[in-house]
Design a protein around this ligand. Sequence first.
Ligand code: GAP
Length: 454
Amino acid sequence: MAETAQPVTMDTIVSLCRRRGFVFPSSEIYGGLGSTYDYGHYGVLTKNNIRSLWFRAMVQERDDIVALDSAIILNPRVWEASGHVAGFTDPLVDCRTCKLRFRADQLDLASCGRKPSKHPGETPDCDLTEPRQFNLMFETHVGALQDESSTAYLRPETAQGIFVNFKNVAQLARRKPPFGIAQVGKSFRNEITPGNFLFRLREFEQMEMEYFVPPPEADEWHRYWIEARRRWYLDLGLRDENLRVREHDADERSHYSLATSDLEYLYPIGWQELEGVANRGEYDLTQHTRESGTKLEWIDPDGTRYTPYVIEPAVSIDRIMLAFLCDAYDEEVVGDRERVVLRLHPRVAPVKAAILPLVPRDDGMAGRARALYEELRRYHQVEHDDSGQIGRRYRRQDEIGTPWAFTVDDQTLEDETVTVRDRDSLAQERLPIGGVREWLDDALQQDWSSPHSH
Ligand code: GAP
């Protein structure tokens, strides 16, 4: 494998997503809108799985983290206090020749508008302006008046909705530091450099958890969350060799951060941030205390007061989905046929099993397959497919990453067994039809790792 990029290209992933209905360009019939995408059926199912696996690890299976769902449009003073109005900017350059706009700090990732395409600034025709700061927040207006007093913002991160609710939650949740508040929801950024599919979107779904800790424990909890989040990805089958932790240098940290480590994934565009784990110190609670006049602090039963430090693992479902898809994509030749297979962890896979009658026009097979499907769909996302040759039906399921297929065939009619076909090994075994549900429940509880793991 190459050291600097995935063997699978972004184009391959884009075309699979489109072909199989995971992701479509947004408002495509009107020519699309840069860096926004619509999720189709399998995309929605996969996103739901990622969201609920995250929620399970962060909230359901812990005593110390509670959930929140704050509004997307907050009082605009939130964003003044947080520093976003003044400082949530990217440096931008324009090219006077090709009229394109680029992030000044990422020219090496961009393509110039001239042919043959090079990085901006590299052709003799390139004529770049000096960098200027561009605020990434989308503005809107609240109420009927459209003047400065009604300006509001679509949130660029979910985190601030958590900080401004610190007091509400701390009073009611019967938790004391260390404790966390987790939130999942849409965030919006007017990103300058579109492209790279789901990696950098203007509208994306963030999953953030703010963990409030006594200041002397902050470093320890920071290390804890970096490792906990790394483990989460590995347990969900991401290959170790494609995931690494990179600590930010002092000059690349955000304005609020005392220390940040990124979990980086080896995307087709190279190593890039998948998730950030930051130590935000007391920055946010102090800022909101100062600007709102409401004290956001912790008071111990003995009367000791302090402002907790915040450790924040922050990621988007979209970036996780792209990493899982890239990691899972595989092509192989079986017999004399090529197959494309998504080797997704079964818990991430959009469909858990396919139920296939071998000969759909045979009433015995059709009836049993339909009954099995109707039983299983009460518990799991499963699919019934009775159109086309069996080989084609298997390949359709391979491409969307369905881990198992149950086939009802001639022998089923004799002994009430079905075959189960494993997506990865292609091994087939027979099971009593009455035991399929238990078998599937059990299979979904098992550990899984990619057959290509080192
Ligand atoms: N609250 C901290 C925060 O928002 P960030 O590093 O700007 O920090 C956190 O974003 C995570 O959100 C990133 O690691 C990435 O997973 C995701 N993210 C940020 N911008 C994104 C974008 N334009 N498109 C998709 N995901 C994005």
